[in-house]
Design a protein around this ligand. Sequence first.
Ligand SMILES: C[S@@+](CC[C@H](N)C(=O)[O-])C[C@H]1O[C@@H](n2cnc3c(N)ncnc32)[C@H](O)[C@@H]1O
Length: 265
Amino acid sequence: MSVRIEQGDWLDLAPSLAPASIDFLYADPPFNTGKTQRTPPNAARAGRNARAQYADRFGSTADFVRFLRDRLFATLPALKPSANIAIHVDWRTSHHVRLLLDDLLGPDRFVNHLIWTYGLGGSSPRCFARKHDDIIVYCLDPRRAHFVPPRVPATSRRLAGLTKKATDVLDIPALNNMARERTGYPTQKPLALLELLISAFCPPAGTVLDPVLGSGTTLVAAQNARRHAVGFDINPRAVSIARVRLLPPTGTAPKGGDRPESPGD
Ligand SMILES: C[S@@+](CC[C@H](N)C(=O)[O-])C[C@H]1O[C@@H](n2cnc3c(N)ncnc32)[C@H](O)[C@@H]1O
């Protein structure tokens, strides 16, 4: 399976993609938190990854939406007619992303609003604790879009040991401090989440694109699931972590060990 990684802006690199070559576009962009996302302090032990960081600031929500719109628009020619698009965001922008995709593709292209519930993180005295991210999924053509319902362990006692079809609520733990796959890159997502999404939305031997690859989770998951993969990131640190990560077949981190954190950006 081939893997291509490029350092640069998604907007500049999108035209380098072959027309109608991508089966599944997954993007986990900065969430517009207004912060600089840094490797957590305890991850300094992670050695070469200790300084990984990126700016998560767009000025306004309108600027964030424009950032995403321009890049998605530039990527549309690279998608196959059967392709799916999944945009991973949170409560700050998921409603805007839904409207953006309605506008770009049409409301009838909506597939799912997936909830990734992960458990970790703090709580608030002012509202229910925010413990999920939103993954907004659209397709290009509802009659041709690829979908294979993934199976997850059944939770009822009656079905103990069996599996059931996954629902639109994906209960997958965030990476904890013992996770071997942890790289130290901030906002790294778990391989289990990406493997599930890829198995559902990308056909076997198809091609996955992650134009904001971060630590390269999507590319490792694609490799594990025997799909081709293409990844871009503007941050040279992300690109070097992803390249190292893709060397061993298991995709585990080159070094690991830090505290649990909220995966939300
Ligand atoms: C939330 S992180 C991705 C984390 C990734 N899913 C993982 O599991 O490690 C978002 C990434 O977007 C990258 N990024 C921000 N603006 C970009 C742009 N214009 N083009 C490409 N990458 C960009 C950042 O450098 C950062 O690595």
